[in-house]
Design a binder for this molecule. Structure first.
Ligand SMILES: [Zn+2]
Ligand SMILES: [Zn+2]
Length: 339
């Protein structure tokens, strides 16, 4: 047998398959990579694993596949659509990406050029450098959306401070901040439905919660550009709003912030340009349909954007309408958001 005497102990059944596949020597085997081996008849992934293990024991390995899939840094697994993705990041956000989202993986490449520009994560004007990691398409979208989410949360806090400047009394606290983490790892806080913000009375009592959604589109009557024709919210998000309201024993309001990108070449700055709120009692009357999201199996509820009111009207609502709504919730429970 050609494989014997090579120092590699391959079990007879595997050796038989190799011979059937016209692979008759160790030298010939070592010239192949796993993908090429799998193309041979009678050789499946189980056989390849046994061969890899046997070779490893002898200190050998199959050839490197020049077309191997790259490993997505956020998932630490091979992904066919993983490719080099580029981000302009300040030094601290680059470290945070590496440590918190990518399992301590340094970037594949960081430019030597230091640019005065906006960091794609913290949205601050800083010295940034182009930084690259291998990421799949989904993780790239998630990571990019965090920068917009952070900018949106800051926008809510600034708008709240502005609108309630003359009506003090409610303090806004961020309870579910945007955070970097590997895919599939959620912190303990996230396992229970939490509102993104809560507004507390000076007595410490939580008066209301806010679930924040950020996007590029405006609502009619404000913001920048053409208004959205429908507002889409996953039914799981609707369920989370209801669960958060019941946990807080206080109404949770849906906020929509319009956050757009403005070029500061070669970087981009996120800017909040409009904010609206929807009372939970106004949602079901504006529901148009519940159907799967395009190209996905998850269900989404589609609402008429007319359920939103400009955030500037929020203090007046708090003064004139909130008490009655709060009593209604205490009496009849949090309203149904979709059906
Ligand atoms: Zn930064
Ligand atoms: Zn990924």
């Amino acid at each position: 047998m050609e494989f014997s005497g090579s120092g590699v102990s391959i079990e007879p059944a595997v050796e038989k398959r190799l011979l059937q596949a016209q692979i008759t020597s160790i030298d010939q085997l070592l010239k192949l990579n796993a993908r090429e081996l799998l193309l041979r008849p009678k050789i499946g992934s189980g056989t390849v694993s046994k061969i890899v293990a046997a070779l490893e024991e002898a200190g050998l390995s199959l050839a490197v596949d020049p077309y191997a899939a790259y490993e997505c840094a956020r998932e630490s697994k091979l992904a066919r659509d993983a490719e080099l993705r580029s981000y302009f990041l300040c030094d601290s956000c680059r470290d945070a990406y590496a440590q918190l989202a990518f399992g301590d993986r340094r970037p594949e490449w960081v430019s030597d050029e230091r640019i005065e520009g906006y960091c794609g994560h913290c949205n601050e004007l800083r010295e940034v450098r182009l930084s690259q990691w291998f990421l799949c398409g989904t993780c790239d979208r998630v990571v990019r959306s965090l920068g917009r989410g952070l900018a949106s949360a800051k926008f809510v806090q600034a708008s709240w401070a502005e609108v309630f400047r003359d009506v003090p009394g409610l303090s806004l606290n961020e309870t579910d901040p945007v955070e970097l983490r590997p895919r599939g790892k959620r912190s303990d806080v996230d396992r229970v439905a939490t509102a993104d913000f809560v507004a507390d009375h000076p007595s410490g009592e939580t008066m209301l919660g806010i679930e924040l959604k950020s996007g590029r589109s405006a609502v009619a009557g404000g913001g920048i550009g053409s208004p959205m024709s429908q507002f889409q919210l996953d039914t799981t998000d609707c369920d989370d709003i209801k669960a958060a309201a019941e946990r807080l024993d206080a109404p949770v309001f849906l906020f929509h912030a319009q956050v757009i990108g403005r070029a500061h070449a070669p970087t981009e700055r996120f800017e909040g340009v409009g904010m609206w709120f929807a009372s939970p009692w106004d949602m079901l009357p504006h529901l148009e349909s519940v159907r799967p999201r395009p190209r996905e199996t998850r269900d989404a509820a589609y609402f008429k954007p007319a359920m939103f009111r400009p955030f500037a009207e929020f203090p007046v609502y708090m003064k004139d309408g909130f008490r009655a709504d709060l009593e209604s919730m205490r009496r009849a429970g949090f309203p149904t958001l979709y059906r």
